[in-house]
Design a protein around this ligand. Sequence first.
Ligand SMILES: N[C@@H](CCC(=O)N[C@@H](CS)C(=O)NCC(=O)O)C(=O)O
Length: 219
Amino acid sequence: MAKLYGSLSSRAHRTAWMLKELGIEFEHEPTNFLDGSTRSPEFLKVNPNGRVPAYEADGLRLFESLAINLYLARKHQSPLSPASLEEDALMTQWTHWVMTEIEKPLLLASANLLLFDEHKRSPAEFEVALNKLARPFAVLEQHLSEHKYLVGDRFTVADLNVSAVMTLIRLASLDMTAWPNVDAWLDDCLERPAAADWKAIRFKIPRPDSDLGVLAMFV
Ligand SMILES: N[C@@H](CCC(=O)N[C@@H](CS)C(=O)NCC(=O)O)C(=O)O
């Protein structure tokens, strides 16, 4: 049976979402860095980076959440899968785009919003991150003003990968009024039943007395 390593409060929720969309049964190992299990010799054999998620099936071991999702889309035919080489290229494009244009500044912006200790927040860092996000957000806004989804007018692994990274927008309650199409599309994606795990992360975050909530996103 397929095996997914990683607490669902981590980026492993991205791959759990994909597996659930595809109806693939999997064994779940909630590996996480808080209890040291990402550094155990056994887990380092699965992912020498000591990070989650990692995925194992059919004698193949993979790391990198969004690469695992692309692999699953290609291997298990479904409406989420590429129907042609061109669709495959576009799904890869959007996946690389969210990793390189969005993830890092969004993590920075969100972390700043989620820190309850005001002394640890950096308004300057938040502004820089938001400025970096403005360009890719505008690109997505424009695309979604003409299309319901990213590729092929149906929900695909491209929407899943991009919106899974953007759960941070909801977790940090980032103001999206400047990007209404992105906002509506994000709701559409994140309300899918198979996506439900990310919502559990939200409940771990509000702890006004500490910054542990921010950590919860990464375990
Ligand atoms: N680019 C990787 C990032 C993986 C990653 O950083 N995972 C975090 C949890 S969300 C982790 O395992 N952190 C533990 C550590 O860095 O030791 C992916 O998307 O899979």
